[in-house]
Design a protein around this ligand. Structure first.
Ligand code: BG6
Ligand code: MG
Length: 219
């Protein structure tokens, strides 16, 4: 494996929690029951698609203007959470893994559905690790479509089959698999069963496994 691609929300930083709180706030306002289990469907999915799913759950159909207003409201709520972010919100042992790869000159990319990805990377001080950032401002086809990861591989100059993807979302694992990449789920194995490997978090990823990935031949 020659290129490493990381999702952002729920992999590098714990922002999946903030997305959930912001959607939950809107759902409560609209009287739509919304649990953390429901939120699994929102992970890796664009803001617009999340709102469509939420309204489907509530059986609501609204005019375009109202839809746009709620999108804005959710994002403002989310921004109020991330405005206070700093390096303390980097998930455990993520810097160790990034450093391991940087020391070996392995090119890394960020592949995220979020339009807020760049400012978050800057806030937590990790931007310099990534040779390229592909985010929700550029991607037209949302995960589970492989577009975001294929763009990242292309910019790294690495063949998709020689890329590893770290993802916390079902849709993200599906996207990595569709791209023909080696997929690593970060989270619950019951949710991420389609991944090639699943770890609860980066504390479970030992240097030996990282060495193994670098030696791994294409699928
Ligand atoms: C993904 C999150 O990374 O970004 C999704 O997993 C979120 O939950 C999506 O909806 C879009 O994020 P944003 O910041 O553009 O609203
Ligand atoms: Mg994610």
């Amino acid at each position: 494996m020659k290129g490493f691609i990381f999702d952002l929300d729920g992999v590098i930083v714990d922002t999946a929690r903030y997305h959930y709180l912001a959607w939950k706030h809107l759902a409560d306002q609209l009287g739509i029951p919304f649990t953390e289990a429901d939120n699994e469907r929102f992970k890796g999915v664009s803001r617009r698609r999340c709102l469509e799913i939420l309204l489907e759950m509530g059986g609501l159909q609204v005019p375009g203007e109202q839809f746009e207003a709620w999108l804005l409201e959710k994002n403002e709520d989310y921004l109020s959470y991330i405005s206070k972010m700093d390096a303390s919100e980097i998930l455990p042992e993520v810097p160790r893994v990034l450093e391991f790869l940087r020391e070996r000159d392995v090119p890394m990319a960020l592949g995220s559905a979020s339009k807020n990805a760049r400012p978050i990377l800057e806030k937590v001080g990790l931007a310099s690790y990534f040779r390229t950032v592909v985010d929700g401002n550029e991607v037209v086809k949302a995960k589970p479509d492989p577009q975001v990861f294929l763009m990242a591989a292309d910019r790294l100059g690495v063949a998709p089959a020689e890329c590893v993807v770290f993802e916390d979302a079902q849709a993200g694992i599906a996207a990595a698999n569709a791209a023909g990449m080696y997929s690593i789920g970060i989270g619950d194995a019951a949710v991420l069963g389609e991944a090639d490997r699943v770890f609860r978090d980066f504390t479970e990823i030992r240097p030996g496994f990282m060495e193994h990935l670098l030696q791994l031949e294409i699928k």
